[in-house]
Design a protein around this ligand. Structure first.
Ligand code: APR
Length: 241
């Protein structure tokens, strides 16, 4: 299942960059945006809830939705795919992990310096000033201790820009790496989907791990058609052997 040429490329690599998407958390039971919502939230379309407009119109509803999501994610556990990526970081000279996930499961599995492209579900920030607020007051709609505006979950909503630091650091890593792994992402949402192109333009080896290969895989060097929780541990074991 794992091409020895990919293992060899990882062994020779100076810098490995990995982009993960919702698929890496699938086996932890974290529901993705594109999956049907459960229970009370079944009748809502997440693409309409996760917008600044929805928050401005009904902050109470959006906070209820996010509290429900926080509970779901808090009850989930990192899976062998997350742990394998934390181990991979120890086996190569330089490692950059970029995730589109907001669930924090990479960090809980031991990954450090994770670039969170879409923010973190458990952080809060002021909707007016944009700054992160460490201790949110306990209220249906918590307000900023500094300016009194509504606080919101510190995630990137539809129509919002990716934080500059995350964008710059991940573009630089994609341009610098020798091996780029795209794991569990549909590669539909830009700019994250463009990272593999940047890596390719800069002559990195690019591999995708996805049980349903994406349309972009033809342009990549390797395609591992498997679930992340199965393929990543195998890849890392081969490298460590
Ligand atoms: N292992 C690896 N990949 C998997 C697994 C698995 N066990 N199960 C599913 N996948 C793949 C699917 O085949 C799909 O290609 O994971 C991908 C998930 O795609 P999306 O749900 O589109 O997730 P993602 O690419 O992370 O979406 C990007 O869009 O919904 C917004 O902001 C949200 O960060 C998200 C962004």
């Amino acid at each position: 299942m794992i091409d020895p040429a990919l293992v060899a490329a990882l062994r020779d690599a100076r810098h490995v960059c990995v982009l993960t998407g919702a698929g890496v958390s699938a086996e932890s039971g974290v529901p993705t945006f594109r999956e049907a919502q459960q229970g009370l939230w079944e009748k809502y379309d997440p693409q309409q809830l996760a917008t600044p407009e929805a928050f401005e119109e009904d902050p109470k509803l959006i906070w209820q939705w996010y509290r429900w999501r926080r509970e779901l994610v808090a009850a989930a556990r990192p899976n062998p795919g997350h742990f394998a990526l934390a181990r991979l970081a120890e086996l190569v000279p330089r490692f950059t992990l970029v995730t589109q996930n907001v669930d924090g499961l990479h960090q809980r599995a031991g990954s450090n310096d994770v670039i969170e492209f879409h923010g973190n579900l458990f952080d809060n920030r002021c909707h007016a000033e944009g700054r992160l607020v460490e201790h949110a007051p306990d209220a249906e709609v918590p307000v900023c201790p500094g300016c009194g505006a509504n606080l919101r979950p510190a995630v990137v909503w539809f129509g919002e820009a990716i934080p500059d630091d995350a964008l710059n650091e991940s573009f630089a890593a994609a341009a610098d790496c020798d091996v780029f792994l795209s794991v569990g992402t549909s590669s539909l949402v830009y700019p994250a989907a463009g990272l593999a192109d940047i890596a390719k333009e800069n002559r990195a080896m690019v591999a995708e791990i996805n049980p349903n290969p994406t349309m972009r895989v033809d342009g990549y060097d390797f395609s591992i058609v498997a679930k992340a929780a199965a393929a990543l541990p195998k890849l890392v074991e081969s490298l460590a052997a």
